[in-house]
Design a protein around this ligand. Structure first.
Ligand SMILES: O=c1[nH]cnc2c1ncn2[C@@H]1O[C@H](CO)[C@@H](O)[C@H]1O
Length: 444
């Protein structure tokens, strides 16, 4: 509370330097300079329940590591850059491929330029991306830029390890990761089936957990892109097979992509009814500002389809009856404050509807969505906005603790795994508080 009050007071008298009200791209360096951020960084976060794998790792790491791997190529398509390690020409819509190692030799500030194609950072985002459509085109383009490099088996292994490392160093202890599970390929051009991607994932996870015993690992929520019916059908078919073969790892299903432009849940009801009973659902819903539109009914249908949690749920505040349902059925919202701001739903996060959800005790957890694409390593920055912008001035450690405990309680860990996780969390939380207490005494 001391750290928070001091920082809010300063923000109140210097509004131009009040990170709680500023866009993340303007606030990031201010956040890092304050005292709240390092405190939150050290805080055990519990589980991370909403993150997309191919946008999870910091873009700097990707540039410094993956783009220095042998065989990396770059080409320019009408939609933007494409990174790849495939030797054979692909359907990238490019006419010429450049070797990154050669380009780097004759271009100044090459790495900085390269990083721009996988990072949305802008000094004046309101000028660069005036509309929600503009930012989504750019955002979706970044997945297209990176996906083919991500699917190179040697890059994939390093990237997923780094994803776990960034979570672990941010004091996250477990994650349920959303993935479209790309078909991986190797240096000889061999393409592997999705089962192989799952086995790779399981191996990396196993090795990471072996090395860091207090990390519980990850599970995968399989994602289909919602933009057209055939893609949805194919992804449901693939999911059924993968879930059957790996029921404890490929735990559930979701549909992703821009909700405003994609198929609604209602329009694919027949297909969704084909999902097996053992599969859990984790639908995105209400990531929209269109009140009363067809997309807006996704929230209703997600609840009717018995979703375990709701991704975002940004629009839920406009639907009082659905808010009640979410409380009664204990469906947690996966709230990603920075994502909603960067993707242009809201500017000042004090206006984010999660402030209302907190006041109504709607179950929720703080998540980071695509941190690599906006320079937010880990979930600490989102927790900063949660406690400084979404929560009332007088809410402190008790609220944070509730959010952290929610993350484990609303996870789909088995009973045994959850008990073990809660024990570890309890221990780590107490040492965190004791250490923070001694730090503050030393300062005083
Ligand atoms: O906030 C989001 N809402 C909806 N879809 C998203 C969001 N973030 C990422 N993706 C989608 O996830 C896919 C990769 O897993 C990407 O294609 C992207 O469209």
């Amino acid at each position: 509370m001391n750290l928070k009050e001091k920082e809010l007071d300063r923000g109140f008298s210097h509004e131009d330097q009040n990170p709680a009200a500023l866009h993340f791209f303007k606030a990031k360096s201010l956040i890092e300079k304050g005292d709240v951020f390092p405190f939150l960084k050290k805080m055990p976060k519990g589980a991370l329940l909403h993150v997309h794998d191919s946008a999870s790792v910091s873009s700097k790491w990707v540039i410094k590591n993956l783009t220095y791997m042998t065989g990396m190529l770059r080409c320019s398509s009408s939609k933007g850059d494409v990174f790849t390690f495939r030797k054979l020409k692909q359907k990238h819509g490019c006419s010429y491929y450049y070797k990154v190692s050669e380009e780097r030799n004759w271009s100044r500030k090459y790495d900085e330029k390269l990083e721009k194609s996988i990072n949305l950072r802008a000094a004046y985002p309101e000028m660069v991306f005036p509309n929600l459509g503009d930012i989504w085109t750019r955002f979706q383009g970044m997945f297209s830029t990176f996906n083919d490099a991500f699917a190179y088996v040697h890059a994939f292994r390093r990237y997923i390890w780094q994803m776990l490392a960034e979570l672990y160093s941010d004091n996250v202890m477990y994650a349920e990761v959303r993935s479209t599970l790309p078909e991986l390929y190797d240096q000889n051009g061999k393409i592997y089936p999705k089962e192989f991607t799952v086995r790779e994932y399981i191996n990396i996870n196993k090795n990471f957990v072996k090395k860091y015993g207090d990390f519980l690992g990850i599970k995968i929520i399989y994602c289909g892109l919602r933009h057209d019916l055939n893609t949805i059908k194919t992804s449901i078919k693939e999911f059924k097979q993968l879930h059957k073969n790996f029921p404890d790892f490929i735990i559930g299903f979701d549909l992703v992509g821009q909700e405003d432009k994609g198929k609604t849940l209602f329009s694919v009801l027949n297909e969704l009814n084909d999902l097996p009973k053992s599969a859990k659902l984790f639908f995105h819903g209400g990531e929209t500002n269109w009140f009363g539109s067809v997309m807006d009914t996704n929230l209703l249908d997600a609840i009717l389809l018995k979703t375990k949690r709701i991704g975002h749920g940004y629009a839920l505040a406009k639907h009082p009856i659905l808010m009640e349902k979410v409380i009664n059925k204990e469906i947690a919202l996966e709230v990603s404050p920075i994502s909603n701001q960067v993707l242009n739903l809201v500017w000042d996060l004090r206006n984010h509807p999660a402030a209302i959800y907190l006041s109504k005790n709607i179950p929720m957890t703080i998540t980071n969505d695509d941190p690599g694409f906006w320079d937010a390593q880990g979930v600490t920055y989102d927790f900063y906005y949660a406690i400084m912008s979404l929560a009332p001035n007088d809410a402190g450690i008790r609220l944070l603790k509730g959010l952290v405990w929610n993350s484990l309680n609303y996870s789909v860990l088995t009973y045994g795994e959850k008990q073990r996780g809660l024990n570890i969390l309890d221990r780590r939380w107490n040492s965190f508080l004791i250490a923070a207490h001694f730090r503050s005494r030393k300062k005083a």
